[in-house]
Design a binder for this molecule. Structure first.
Ligand code: CP
Length: 335
């Protein structure tokens, strides 16, 4: 069964084909690629962009989406094999995934980490549980990676720079946020930027903010294959200098996972990682592109001036979620 759990599972040729098809969907909105087909969108966490773009995308291709929120409007689910279900959960993923597979043609799953124990969260058990038991393709709507966001970001970069992104200087910068957030988008940005052969700098306050070794490892393997490069920097001005792209995201420091009160005093010392006009002026000819997956707290993660600049492509990237996801759904339905 072919799923879309991570871009790393798909070949470069498959990803390029999805991006090409997404560009075609952008040019021509309506079709029948999903006529008579359905997708269940299972949300364990809130969403604006993901839910809207998948529902609208299914509609525009002649299909239909059903949205479910387990524990709210659907039964709470147990995921552990052999679970003795004497707690909150009313049914097991073994039944949920197989029953949904009898009704629908695709299943999308959003399940953020529980933020208590990274060794558990990094197993991605909810998504893996759906993928293991479903008999239809499963799409990751953001768990500990966000592959749909990666494709939308890649399409936005292709629109500005063309399809060959090799040699572009790409900065993934940590930014302040009052809460410790998911590393998913950072893991994903690192993955796709290295896959596309860019010269990637991971800018973060100190080594405590390095990403999980799985994603650092993917990035290293990707640059070896793609001809790009990877470096880690804690020097803001050096990282921004001559950057073609600045991608911002906040995330929690993994050594403090589950002990966020202990991370907070350190985090609060790094509010100056905000993306602002002074830093963006250091980028290539002061015209480097800026983007973020959204939602974004203005004047905390990025200034109004950056968000409202013509070099900000965050809205294009958000729009592209619709087009790339239509391409992913259409491809998975074609088998
Ligand atoms: N970027 C993104 O996934 O947005 P939502 O959380 O609103 O779906």
């Amino acid at each position: 069964m072919k799923h879309f759990l991570n871009t790393q599972d798909w070949s470069r040729a498959e990803l390029d084909a999805v991006l090409d098809e997404a560009a075609a969907f952008k040019a021509s909105k309506y079709g029948q690629q999903m006529a008579g087909k359905t997708i269940a969108l299972v949300f364990f966490n809130p969403s604006l962009r993901t839910r809207t773009s998948f529902e609208v995308g299914a509609y525009q291709m002649g299909g239909h989406a059903v949205v479910l929120a387990p524990g709210k409007d659907a039964w709470p689910i147990a995921f552990e094999p052999g679970a003795v279900m004497d707690g909150e959960a009313e049914e097991h993923i073994a039944e949920v995934a197989r029953v949904l597979s009898r009704y629908v043609d695709l299943i999308g799953v959003r399940a953020f980490p529980k933020f208590v124990d990274w060794t558990e969260d990094r197993e991605d058990r909810v998504l893996r549980g759906f993928a293991r038991h479903a008999t239809v393709p499963v799409i990751n709507l953001e768990t500990i990676t966000h592959p749909c966001q990666e494709l939308a970001h890649a399409l936005a970069l292709r629109e500005r720079f063309g399809s060959d992104l090799r040699g572009r200087k790409y900065v993934l910068t940590w930014t302040y946020h009052p809460k410790a957030l998911n590393t998913a988008v950072a893991n994903s940005a690192l993955t796709i930027a290295t896959r596309l052969g860019m010269d990637v700098t991971l800018l973060c306050p100190n080594d405590q903010y390095l990403l999980d070794e799985r994603y650092m490892g993917w990035a290293k393997a990707n640059v070896a294959e793609s001809g790009g490069s990877l470096q880690v920097s804690h020097d803001i001005d050096a990282a921004y200098k001559d950057a073609d792209v600045v991608y911002a995201k906040s995330w929690g420091a993994l050594p403090f996972f589950g002990n966020w009160a202990d991370e907070k005093p350190m985090r609060d010392r790094y509010k100056h990682f905000i993306v602002d006009e002074r830093k963006m002026a250091l980028t290539r000819e002061g015209r480097g592109l800026f983007s973020h997956c959204l939602p974004l707290r203005r004047n905390v993660k990025a200034s109004d001036g950056v968000m409202d600049s013509p070099h900000c492509i965050a809205i294009d990237e958000a729009e592209n979620r619709l087009h790339v996801q239509k391409a992913v759904m259409a491809r998975l339905l074609r088998g």
